[in-house]
Design a protein around this ligand. Structure first.
Ligand SMILES: Cc1ncc(COP(=O)(O)O)c(C=O)c1O
Length: 397
């Protein structure tokens, strides 16, 4: 038997963390690391947040799991809170972002089937990432993974290009939905323009199609609004959330309104673990913390400061192509692939994430302090400068 029996889906680094505290992680050898991406936007109130730990502990002592055959007051309370926050009507709870998006895609398909469209199409975007299950992988732009056949029924358009979406609607009469991330995360931090989102909303209304927003990464306060689409003042028919929903306890949610809210009925969809009491207790505690400490406003202001400082320090460097972000979701795009930066940063006690080959993605927690933000900025600037200098000193073929 090999030493490590884990399937190699993540190409893991040789470091194991055994505890965390806010922005810090501690490895099994006692080394301390400053985290900059928090499990990719998951631990959005920091590692080992005391309030969330307490909520999970208390609930674990009462009841962890109970079948979705029965009413679950914590699930109902969480659904009510999320609907109130987002002005949606109904929620389906699951365990992950991909599962939330699967539910959204199923809603779209059943919505079409009920209208006599047997093979409906969903418009999705270039660079999109919606998950790794077969339907969400098929909806993602990342079809290069050598998995066939992918699921049919997705039409692709360039992000931020309303003309192509309009054209697709005019050449297909079986389009049932448009699905996109309001800010592409895995795709390299690309922000949907406000006019584009508004135009998509209008187009979907005219075409009787559902507007599905994947807010798995952008949701839960990260961008300075609870959901990023609020920046555009639009209202989707379906919106999905997961990552930051319970600060690391696995949970996903698919929220819907209007006709989309009543599509899923007994035997059309379901789940064993989704929205169990433990997950809901954690998620409710997160919402309570966000509200009590005004963390969405904090994310907006701290994010704007970090973005401004990064642009100031790095914006004119020729190895930096673009610095973009909204709230605490920030990307620094370098002019060349930069995966080697991850190991360089780790050696200096900084955990960095690189996505889309050359984008350093910063996803600090909503409650990051001013001193910690300064540390984050300084650390990123230093490491990127060092990397660029080091990279240039290497011979080129
Ligand atoms: C926008 C978006 N959608 C969906 C997913 C998939 O979520 P999960 O990994 O929880 O299935 C991700 C994960 O990175 C994501 O960023």
């Amino acid at each position: 038997m090999s030493e490590n029996s884990i399937m190699n889906t993540f190409g893991q680094m040789s470091v194991s963390f055994e505890s965390g505290d806010g922005v810090w992680l501690y490895d099994t050898d006692g080394n301390k690391y400053f985290d900059t991406f928090f499990g990719i936007a998951v631990s959005s109130l920091g590692h080992a947040n005391a309030a969330i730990t307490k909520a999970v502990k208390d609930q674990a002592g009462r009841l962890m799991h109970c079948s979705n055959f029965y009413r679950n007051p914590l699930q109902e309370k969480l659904a009510h809170s999320l609907c109130e926050i987002s002005n949606m009507e109904k929620v389906f709870f699951c365990n992950s972002g991909a599962e939330a998006n699967e539910a959204a895609i199923k809603i779209a398909q059943r919505y079409a089937n009920e209208r006599g469209i047997p093979n409906p199409k969903v418009i999705v975007m270039d660079n999109a990432f919606h998950g790794r299950t077969m339907a969400t992988l098929s909806a993602s732009a990342n079809a290069k993974l050598g998995v066939t056949p992918l699921m049919e029924g997705f039409l692709r358009a360039p992000y931020n290009d309303i003309d192509v979406v309009t054209e697709l609607f005019s050449t297909h009469n079986d389009i049932v939905a448009v699905m996109l991330e309001p800010i592409q995360g895995e795709g390299g931090i690309h922000i949907a323009q406000i006019n584009y989102l508004k135009a998509l909303r209008t187009l979907c209304d005219e075409q009787n199609a559902l507007l599905i927003l994947d807010e798995v990464q952008t949701g839960n306060g990260r961008t300075g609004k609870y959901f990023a689409h609020e920046h555009a003042n639009i209202h989707p028919d379906v919106v999905t959330a997961a990552k930051g929903l319970a600060n690391g306890f696995p949970i996903g949610a698919c929220l819907a309104r209007g006709p989309a809210a009543s599509i899923l009925i007994p035997s059309s969809h379901g789940i064993t673990f989704g929205g169990n009491p433990l997950a809901c207790a954690a998620a409710l505690a997160v919402i309570e913390q966000i509200t009590e400490h005004n963390l969405i406003k904090r994310a907006e202001l701290t994010g704007a400061h970090i973005l401004h400082r990064l642009k100031d320090e790095l914006g004119s460097a020729d190895y930096v192509k673009r610095i973009e972000g909204k709230g605490l979701m920030i990307g620094i795009e370098l002019s060349e692939p930069c995966f080697a930066l991850v190991a360089l940063a780790k050696a200096k006690g900084i955990l960095l994430n690189v996505t889309s080959n050359n984008v350093i993605r910063l996803l600090p927690p909503l409650n990051i302090s001013d001193e910690e933000s300064e540390f984050l900025i300084e650390a990123c600037v230093q490491i990127i400068r060092l990397y660029a200098a080091d990279d240039r000193s290497k011979p080129r073929d």
